[in-house]
Design a protein around this ligand. Sequence first.
Ligand code: NPW
Ligand code: K
Length: 501
Amino acid sequence: MKILSAEQIREADQYTIENEPIASIDLMERAVHEWVMEYVQSPYFDYHKPVVILCGPGNNGGDGLGIARSLKNFHKVAVYLLPSEKYSEDNLINQHRAREKGIEIIPIQKPEDIRVTSDTIIVDALYGSGLSRPLEGLAADVVRFINHLSNKKISVDIPSGMFADDNDHNNIETIVAADLTITFQFPKLSFLMMPTGPLAGELRIADIKLHHEFLRSVQTNHYLLEKKEVAKVYQPRNTWIHKGQAGRALLVGGIGHTSGAAILSATAALRAGVGLLYVACGSRATQALPFARPEAISFDLNEVNINDLISAVEPDAIAIGPGLGTSSAAAELLDQMLEFEIPTVLDADALNLIAQHHWQKRLGKQHLITPHPGEAARLFGNSKQMEFHRTLRAFVQSSGCTVVYKGKYSRIYTPEGNVYFNPTGNAGMATAGSGDVLTGILLALIAGGYSLEKAAKLGVYLHGLSGDIALKSRGSEEAVLASDLCEKLGNAFEELKKDVE
Ligand SMILES: NC(=O)C1=CN([C@@H]2O[C@H](COP(=O)(O)OP(=O)(O)OC[C@H]3O[C@@H](n4cnc5c(N)ncnc54)[C@H](OP(=O)(O)O)[C@@H]3O)[C@@H](O)[C@H]2O)[C@@H](O)CC1
Ligand SMILES: [K+]
C-alpha cells in the first residue's frame, strides 16, 4: 500500500475531481459516507452516547459538518465551529446543509464553550491534510482543552494539528491525542512514526475510491506492507529438496553469559527452515546448545579460527551479534567478518561494536543490519524522527546495505531508497530475545536463497505475525516470550500461505 505525501494527496483529490469526474462536494459526501461506515463498525460506536463534532474552516471541517448530518440519524449531535474569515466553499455548503437539517452550529469563542458529559464522543474535524503551520491561539487552546478530557476522541482523516509528513518542527502538545483515527484512502507517514504515531490511536482506513489511475501511477518511496504483497515474496518449499539445498547458515554469538541469545536465534533459524545450522559461540553456549537445540552444530570460538570455519562449512549466509558482547575478542572477530563477501545479518552487539569503532563505512551490499532505536542512534546519531529517517535512507542508498529499523511498524530501508513499514506485531514482543529471534529468521531466509530485501520483508512480517499468534494463545501482551515467537513461527507461515496464489 502506497504512502503519499500531503501534496500528493491533494493531487489525488484534484485528479479524481477532474477525471472521474465528480464534483468536489460530492467527493466530500462520499468521504463522509465511507468515514461513517468505518465508524459504525468500530468498537467506539454506541448510539446511546452523545456526539460532539468540532469543525475547522477547511474541508476537514466540511467533512465534520457532513458527518454531523449523518450521525444525527443515530446520535444526539452537537456541532462546534472555529471562527474564520475564509471558510472553504465545501465547508460553507455543508454549514448550510447542516442547518437545513435542524443542526445548530455553535461558534467556538473559547475552549470552555465546548460542552461535554462524561460519555460524550468527540469527533475531531478541526484540521486535516491542509494544515499549513503548527496550531496556535484558539485552535491550539481547543486542542489542549480536549486532550485534557477523558472522553473518547475520533479524528477525521488526521488528528488535528498533526502534519501528514514531517512533524520535526511541530508542537506535540497542540496535536489532538485521538483514540481512533479514520483516515481517507492512505495511511499517513506520521501515523507510523514516533512521536506522532501514538497520537493517532487505533487506525482505520476509509476507502474513498480516489481515481485508480492516479493511485496506480503515482510515485512514492514509502509503502505499508500488506499480507498479499508479502505472500508474493514467499517461495514454497520444493517437495524434492534435501537439507543441503535448504540453506547452510552460520550463526556467531553467545559468548560469555549470553548463551540464551544464541539459542533463541538458532531455534528461530531452524524453525524458519534452514537446512544446516552451524553456531560458533563461547564455551558455555557450546556446552548448552546440544541440549537446548540438538539440531544445531556448535563450535567453540576459543578452539576454532573463524576463517577456517568459514572454509569448512561454506555458509550461504551468516548472522553475527546475538549475545556477542563487546569484548576486544568480539571486536577482532567482527573486524575479520566485515571483510567477508557472504550475505551477513548484523545485530545487537555487532552493531554496538560498529558504532564504537566507527565502522559504519564498512557496511556494504552484503549486509543486513537490524538496529532497534537505541542501536540506530548509536550508529547514525540522535536526531528528530524525519531528519533521522532521511539520514538513514541516505546512508542506505550510499552504502548499499539493507536496514531493518525495529519497533512498532518496523521499517525496511532498501538501497534503491524504498522504505517498507511492517504492520504485524504487538507490544508483547517488546521483550528480551525478540530481536534475536528475528535475526535467526532472517539468517535462515537468506541462507535459503532470498535476497536481503525479500528476506527482510518476509522475515519481519512473519516475526510480527508469530507475535500476534502468540498473543492470542497467551492471552495478554505481558505473557508473550521470545521463545513463543519461535514456537508460533510455523503457524505464521501457515497463515501467510493462505494468501499465496
Ligand atoms: N484528500 C482527499 O482526497 C479528500 C479530502 N477531504 C478532506 O479535506 C481535508 C483537507 O482539506 P483542506 O485542504 O481544506 O485543509 P484543512 O486541513 O481542512 O484546513 C485548511 C484550512 O485551515 C487553515 N489552516 C491551516 N493550518 C492552520 C493553522 N495552523 N492555524 C489556523 N488555520 C490553519 C487553512 O488556511 P491557510 O493555511 O490558508 O491560512 C485553511 O483555511 C482532508 O484532511 C479531508 O478531511 C475530503 O473531504 C474529500 C477527499
Ligand atoms: K482532523
